[in-house]
Ligand binder design. Structure first.
Ligand SMILES: [Zn+2]
Length: 406
């Protein structure tokens, strides 16, 4: 399949504006032009060299009536299409990558759960395999560019849908093993910084350039600020499974809302967080610090029924996933729906909402050099959206079309 394209006629979303009747050229998997369609030159220079090529011979993609946005970057996703990262196979990750690509995701970090060491290590090996496999032209979904390790170093009282049996303080030997398997692919670690010994892990990860996220945490405001001082730069599903904001006890929420250094994740399904609280987060953090995530589990993209998350049964009914106890257990959210919800439920402008799903999460895990925006030289990760629903109609990853609505 050709990898050289001109996507012409849509409303092109860049990090700071919308170009109506724009054009995006992708050449050899990289973006070679972003601008008004009528200003597209007849000859362009290749993004990675000095060679010039004519634009008349590119494959044409008509984007009239569509929004053309950068492919979305999901840094917190467990599963989809009845597959889970904890299945521990490259096939499961391929399935997740395929299902989420149909909703605009171009890059994802498979996310592990609070389970035993052997299971985490097995899943880590599968992620490593998927990082290699997803670079091949026969991979039909989002690129896998690393892993998010969520737990098991969390607070026993803030487990959410994580399994209580396997909660434990940071184990440096285990952490080192996982870090080594991934060879630079460990991009994000969620832990509770107030648990004894966990700040050692924060410092160790920070020194290695791994983003550390406070989550499933019972930290006080002061403990959260101390954790940020030690290197925490990210907050896992803000509001959920952390100490809330009280006006005399501002908690982790108070710390993440007010400290500019922290990237704040949000499950913007309108179920995990009330739209008014979504708006508070959007206003406090702005598009440069809010990361839309799915936190999706295997039931995403599936009909209502009984599924599994981290060894526990989860009931999906009317878009809500709950444990038998009633606790929310992951989501069936998709990235395109998350963006649509920010626009429609919260009133965020399109440019900001798209940034929250692409460039900002890419920045939060150090992938923004080559991903997350329609910028010349970056990979050709492009998504077409219906201009009314904002839902995905086509997804391109590194210049390959991995999804096209029938
Ligand atoms: Zn999660």
């Amino acid at each position: 399949m050709a990898r050289d394209w001109v996507i012409r006629g849509g409303a092109v979303v860049t990090p700071d504006k919308v170009i109506d009747d724009g054009a995006v050229v992708v050449r050899k998997g990289r973006i070679a032009y972003v601008g008004p369609a009528k200003e597209l030159p007849t000859v362009l220079t290749e993004p990675d060299g000095h060679e010039r090529f004519p634009t008349a011979r590119l494959g044409e993609i008509d984007a009239q009536g569509r929004i053309v946005a950068p492919g979305y970057v999901d840094v917190h996703v467990h599963g989809g299409g009845h597959a889970d990262t904890m299945d521990g196979t490259v096939e499961a990750i391929a399935r997740i990558a395929e299902v989420h690509a149909a909703h605009g995701t171009a890059v994802l970090l498979p996310t592990t759960m609070t389970v035993g060491r052997e299971e985490i290590v097995a899943a880590t090996r599968a992620v490593k395999e998927a990082m290699v496999a997803s670079a091949a032209s026969d991979w039909g979904g989002a690129r896998v560019l690393g892993m998010h390790m969520e737990g098991p170093y969390i607070h026993p009282k803030m487990i959410g849908a994580q399994h209580p049996k396997h909660v434990r303080p940071a184990d440096m030997d285990e952490l080192r093993e996982i870090y080594d398997i991934l060879e630079g692919g460990l991009r994000l670690v969620t832990l509770a910084p107030e648990v004894e010994g966990n700040l050692d892990a924060v410092r160790w990860l920070y020194e290695r350039g791994v983003a550390v996220s406070m989550g499933h945490t019972a930290a006080t405001y002061d403990q959260a600020i101390e954790a940020i001082e030690q290197g925490v730069r990210h907050a896992t599903h803000s509001y959920n499974a952390m100490t809330g904001l009280h006006h005399r006890n501002p908690g982790v929420v108070g710390a993440l809302l007010t400290d500019r250094r922290v990237y704040a994740e949000l499950i913007a399904d309108g179920i995990h967080v009330h739209p008014a609280a979504m708006a508070v987060l959007a206003q406090a953090k702005g598009p440069e610090r809010l990361c839309l995530i799915t936190d999706a589990m295997e039931a995403m993209g599936m009909p209502d029924g009984v599924y599994e998350l981290g060894g526990q049964a989860v009931i999906l009914k009317d878009g809500e996933c709950r444990l038998e106890s009633g606790s929310l257990a992951g989501s069936v959210l998709s990235m395109d729906r998350a963006v649509a919800n920010m626009v429609k439920l919260v009133g965020v402008d399109l440019v900001s909402a798209v940034r929250m799903a692409s460039l900002t999460p890419a920045e939060s895990v150090g992938l923004d050099g080559s991903r997350g925006s329609l910028t010349v030289g970056k990979y050709g990760d492009v998504v077409l959206l219906d201009s009314n629903s904002l839902l995905c109609t086509a997804t391109m990853v590194e210049g390959r079309i991995v999804y096209r609505a029938a």
